[in-house]
Design a binder for this molecule. Structure first.
Ligand SMILES: [Fe+2]
Length: 370
């Protein structure tokens, strides 16, 4: 539950607005009813009492964006949205990215991936829920889209929660000895740990399967500690499930480092559990937000619409960002393989399957990339 009104998001009083704009305040201005509250001390802002029409006003949307930049995660409760309107909102934040695996797209809107366990006319409505492990979205590619937006279309509040932690908060809580050990280091990110062995891999040795996965999904280098361009705070970039190793660490050091990251990310007093209510719109910064899906109870249906959003506003941060091994920063990723692999991985895909579906996209730059 919201704990307090953000000091920086003080409600604009009619008198203050009049002083600022020189206009006579209107009694019907919906902005006056919008509330922005801290969700938890370490992450999140919750916006309530707004409609889609309110968010169409630039000054209202700007407050949402500023909350997102400063708090990593924004929740708008009870927002009635059509798929078209969700895309329109995403387009004001950046460039909605068409989802690359066609069969998981919304039938009318290629930017929307449907995450659902529902069956309609004998066919799955969307992708059965994935991402049930702690991760930062697509951190195994060189330049992940900086924002993710989910809209709760049909959501239970009793299960299917999403857990969130703040990567700056995780860094802050690292023991000083570990901060010193990782300073200036580069990590190798990989989707390899999340791939499943499929029927096409029968007969392969484990070493052969690993070699195949490495060839199809090359590891990507990322600085392990980065600085958030909006908050100025250092943050840890890398979740153990998407990390191969820290360059320069031996096996014991890697193991110890992964263990402490897992412990810090999952520390209950530093995790926000989002219990979904119908119409929730949840947006987060992919780099600075660790998250994890939880199970949906048997017999309960759940559908969420997901949009991945490119944005120029993360450019400055990215310039020192990831690269595939042996390549110059920013050149490493082609659209199809990385994103398709990610979605495959978060739903438990196989190496070959993801590569086949994503392969035709190889060589294309993802929309909106610099
Ligand atoms: Fe995710």
């Amino acid at each position: 539950m919201p704990q307090k009104i953000l000091a920086s998001e003080e409600e604009p009083s009619p008198a203050r607005e009049q002083a600022r704009t020189g206009e006579t305040p209107s009694a019907n201005r919906r902005e006056d009813t919008m509330k922005i509250s801290e969700i938890a001390p370490f992450i999140g802002a919750e916006i309530s009492d707004v409609t889609y029409d309110d968010l169409e006003r630039q000054e209202v949307f700007d407050r949402l964006v500023e909350s997102l930049r400063q708090r990593e995660l924004v929740v708008v409760r009870g927002l009635e949205l059509t798929p078209r309107r969700q895309i329109d909102l995403a387009a004001r934040l950046g460039k909605p990215v068409p989802f690359l695996v066609e069969k998981y797209r919304h039938p009318e809107f290629e930017e929307i991936m449907i995450s659902s366990n529902e069956i309609r006319d004998g066919r799955p409505v969307g992708v059965a829920r994935g991402g049930n492990f702690w991760h930062q979205d697509s951190s195994f590619v060189a330049a992940p889209a900086p924002y993710t937006m989910l809209h709760g279309v049909n959501v239970p509040s009793t299960s299917g929660h999403t857990l969130y932690a703040n990567a700056s908060d995780v860094y802050d809580r690292l023991p000083e000895e570990w901060k010193k050990k990782i300073a200036g280091r580069t990590a190798l990110a990989t989707v390899g740990k999340r791939l499943r062995i499929g029927s096409e891999h029968i007969g392969l040795s484990i070493a052969e399967f690993r070699a195949l996965a490495d060839a199809q999904y090359p590891k990507v280098e990322h600085p392990l500690v980065r600085e958030d361009p909006f908050t100025g705070r250092p943050y840890l970039y890398g979740a153990p499930e998407y990390l191969d190793s820290v360059i320069g660490f031996d096996a014991n050091e890697n193991e110890a480092f992964f263990a402490i990251v897992d412990e810090l990310v999952q520390a209950p007093e530093h995790v926000y559990t989002h219990q979904w209510t119908p119409g929730d719109l949840v947006i987060w910064k992919t780099a600075t937000t660790y998250h994890c899906a939880t199970e949906v109870e048997p017999g309960v249906s759940r559908t969420v619409h997901r949009i991945s959003i490119e944005s120029d506003d993360w450019r400055a941060e990215r310039q020192g960002g990831g690269k595939q091994r042996g390549e110059t920063a920013g050149q490493g990723e082609t659209a199809g393989r990385g994103e398709a692999a990610g979605r495959e991985a978060e739903r438990g895909g196989t190496a070959g399957g993801a590569a086949r579906r994503g392969g035709k996209q190889r060589g294309k730059q993802r929309g909106g990339r610099r």
